[in-house]
Design a protein around this ligand. Structure first.
Ligand code: PRT
Ligand code: ZN
Length: 297
C-alpha cells in the first residue's frame, strides 16, 4: 500500500473535472464509484483521494498525500494561517496549472462611496479568506473589521452582516446579481500542484518523477501548435519573427526547389489567422497548423 503515490484532489467542485482531466491526459486510468472517497489507478501505482479543497494543503502538509491539486487562494490562506500559529508550511508549490483562474477581490454595494482602500476604514468586510485580507489591509495601513464566513459571502451586505465583501470572482456575474461592484483585486489565483517536501520513499520516486514530467508536458502543450509551411529561403528571418513563441524551427530543403524550403516549428502560443496572413505576405505557401497532443522536453 505504501508504495502507491497518493494525490489529493477536490471531491466535487470547480477544480474536480479539470484535475481529473489533467491526470487522464497524463495517461492515468482509474475507476471511480459514485461518492467514493478514494479510487485506484489501474495502470499506475497511484491513488486519488477525493476531499474538500480546503483539506488538501493539510493532507499534503501531514504527508498523508504526496501531491495535491488546489487553488493558489487556498494555499496562500493556509500558509498565512500556519504562519500565524507558528507552524512552518511544509507543502511545496511545484507548478501552476492552466485552470481554476479567478481573483480574490473587494466588492462594494451599489451606491457605496468608494475612493480607494482607505474607504474601508472602520467598515465590516465579509470573507472566507481572513488571513489574506488582513495582510492586504495591513499592507495598506487600513483598519477594518473582518467578518469570517464559510460561504454565501455575497449576500452578507444585504443581510446586514457586513458593509462590503472580499470574495473570489471569475466572470463577475454573481456580484452583478447581488448588486455589488468590484473595486480592488487582492490576489490573482489559479490551480497549482503541491507536493510534500518530506523525502518521497525510493519506491515512489520513479513514478513521482514521471508524473511530474507528464504534468509539465501536458501544461506545455496547452495552446501550442505545430506549424508547417513552405517559404522562400530569403524569407526565413521574417518567418522566424512571425512564428509566436517558436524555438529553433526545423528547415528542410524541398526536392528540386533550390529557392524554397519547408519550415516546421512548435509555437508555444496559439497561431491566429492574422499570423497566417502575414506569413503568406512574405511568400509562405502550403501552411498547415496542427494541434500538439503530447510534448516531452
Ligand atoms: O466543497 P469544497 O470546499 O471542496 O468547495 P468550495 O465551495 O470551497 O470551492 P469551489 O468548488 O467553489 O472552488 C474551488 C476553487 O476553484 C477555488 O478555491 C478557486 O481556486 C477556484 N475558483 C475559480 C473559484 C471560482 N473560480 C469562483 N468563481 N472558486 C469560487 N468561485 C465562486 C465565488 O466564490 C463566487 O461565489 O464563484 C462565484 C463567483 O463567480 P462569478 O463567475 O459569478 O464571478
Ligand atoms: Zn472549499
Amino acid at each position: 500500500m505504501n508504495t502507491r503515490l497518493k494525490i489529493a484532489i477536490q471531491k466535487s467542485g470547480r477544480l474536480t473535472e479539470h484535475s481529473l482531466e489533467l491526470l487522464h491526459s497524463c495517461g492515468l486510468k482509474y475507476s471511480r464509484g459514485k461518492d467514493q472517497l478514494m479510487c485506484y489507478g489501474e495502470n499506475m501505482p497511484l491513488d486519488l483521494l477525493f476531499v474538500r479543497d480546503d483539506d488538501i494543503p493539510d493532507l499534503v502538509q501531514e504527508d498523508v498525500c504526496d501531491l495535491g491539486l488546489v487553488g493558489l487562494n487556498v494555499i496562500e490562506e493556509k500558509r498565512l494561517a500556519f504562519g500565524a500559529r507558528g507552524v512552518a508550511p511544509l507543502f511545496e508549490q511545484v507548478q501552476t496549472l492552466d485552470f481554476g483562474r479567478c481573483r480574490l477581490g473587494i466588492a462594494v454595494p451599489d451606491g457605496f462611496a468608494w475612493q480607494d482602500p482607505g474607504s474601508l476604514a472602520g467598515r465590516r468586510i465579509a470573507t472566507t479568506y481572513p488571513n489574506i485580507l488582513n495582510r492586504w489591509l495591513a499592507e495598506r495601513g487600513v483598519r477594518a473589521e473582518v467578518v469570517v464566513l464559510s460561504g454565501a459571502v455575497e449576500i452578507a451586505p444585504r443581510l446586514g452582516r457586513a458593509d462590503v465583501i472580499c470574495d473570489l470572482i471569475s466572470t463577475g456575474s454573481t456580484l452583478a446579481a447581488n448588486h455589488l461592484r468590484e473595486v480592488e483585486t487582492v490576489m490573482h489565483s489559479q490551480a497549482v500542484l503541491i507536493r510534500t517536501p518530506v523525502p518521497i520513499p525510493p519506491e515512489k520516486q520513479e513514478w513521482t518523477r514521471r508524473l511530474l514530467m507528464r504534468i509539465d508536458g501536458v501544461e506545455q502543450v496547452k495552446g501550442s501548435k505545430y506549424i508547417m509551411l513552405h517559404v522562400p529561403r530569403s524569407a526565413l528571418p521574417q518567418v522566424a519573427k512571425l512564428l509566436p513563441g517558436s524555438e529553433a524551427p526545423t528547415v528542410i530543403p524541398l526536392e528540386g526547389r533550390g529557392d524554397r524550403v519547408a519550415v516546421h516549428a512548435v509555437c508555444r502560443e496559439n497561431v491566429f489567422w492574422e499570423t497566417l496572413e502575414q506569413l503568406k505576405a512574405v511568400g509562405a505557401s502550403s501552411v498547415l497548423v496542427l494541434p500538439v497532443e503530447k510534448m516531452l522536453a
